[in-house]
Design a protein around this ligand. Structure first.
Ligand code: SAM
Length: 303
């Protein structure tokens, strides 16, 4: 557990002190930036301990807000870099993070920041780096997929996100939560739901339920895929219309009226019954299927 060991006059996120600080700086929180701040020390402890940090490790925080989580990261990690989009919060972070010299605050939009450059500049001496954040919910998927697709050398991504999105990320084949997001996340990571979080731990309270998820970033994908972009194209196409069979979704995307008779045998060659729906196929089956379709396309474009 992180232990802040704060002296009586240092700032700590409680509901009262958070309200006071926001009032002192005259800030009106923006819903459009997902500004729901954590005011519960137990939840903050839980998030940070799920990341298994130590002084040899670095933490990248996305959206430090007024620094509630950043303080906990600073006492656990060797180096913390916190990227915050809202200029109005930078002076507050200067105040709440003053006791932590191992924290650098970067003003910017995480979707536009040069993350490989930021890693090279700040995390050079660190053994491993994890992303730890209470994410702005309106950009959860672009942030997480952006981190994974850029193949940053991350150990964990431990994030507070909307509960429903966390359940989709961790879903197994066969259920209604399982879809292209589950497959994309599980291709790059091993997901684990850490805890469900009540709305009462935030100021202001969000109007959705939340959960903390830990994604252990894989060093290698669990399946072999010849062309990643094509693999994800096949996955997207398979969920184009959830209620349709895999045969119907793939035939309208990759085949013509003349060639679609070839899809049935191709699916069967992959051990996939054409009447199945996209939501029942495993990662291994998608890898097999995209390989066979790629080979088919190669063959037919040559002939
Ligand atoms: N970490 C703080 C906490 O737990 O109390 C605040 C979390 S709040 C849910 C999300 C934070 O992300 C806000 O401070 C918001 O200004 C910031 N934010 C929103 N969009 C962002 C973006 N694209 N890049 C960086 N920060 C962003």
């Amino acid at each position: 557990m992180s232990n802040l060991n704060l002296s009586a006059d240092e700032w700590i996120a409680t509901p009262k002190r958070t309200q006071e600080l926001i009032r002192k700086y005259g800030i009106v929180l923006k819903k459009s930036l997902g500004q729901n701040f954590l005011v519960d020390q137990n939840i903050l402890h839980k998030i940070v301990s799920a990341a298994h940090l130590d002084v040899q490790k670095g933490a990248l925080e996305i959206g430090p807000g007024i620094g509630a989580l950043t303080q906990h990261l600073a006492v656990q990690a060797g180096k913390v870099v916190a990227v915050e989009i809202d200029q109005r919060l930078i002076p507050i972070l200067g105040e709440t993070l003053a006791p932590y010299p191992n924290v650098s605050v970067v003003h910017g939009d995480v979707l536009e920041v040069d993350l490989p450059g930021l890693f090279a500049e700040h995390f050079g001496g660190m053994e491993r780096v994890s992303v730890v954040a209470n994410l702005p919910y309106y950009v959860t998927t672009p942030i997480i997929m952006g981190l994974l697709e850029r193949k940053l050398p991350l150990e964990y991504i431990v994030v507070m996100i909307q509960k429903e999105v966390a359940e989709r990320m961790a879903a197994k084949p066969g259920g209604k939560e399982y879809g292209s997001l589950s497959i994309a996340v599980q291709y790059y990571c091993e997901p684990e739901l850490v805890t469900i979080v009540p709305r009462t731990v935030f100021i202001p309270q969000p109007n959705v339920d939340s959960a903390v998820i830990r994604l252990k970033v894989r060093t290698q994908p669990p399946v072999e895929v010849a062309d990643e972009a094509f693999f994800f194209e096949v996955v997207q196409a398979s969920f184009a219309q959830r209620r349709k069979t895999i045969y119907n979704n793939l035939s309208s995307r990759f085949f013509t009226k003349e060639t679609k008779a070839e899809l049935g045998p191709l699916l069967e060659q992959c051990g996939i019954e054409p009447s199945r729906r996209g939501e029942t196929l495993s990662l291994e089956e998608y890898a097999r299927l995209s390989g066979a379709l790629l080979e088919y396309q190669g063959r037919t474009s040559i002939s």
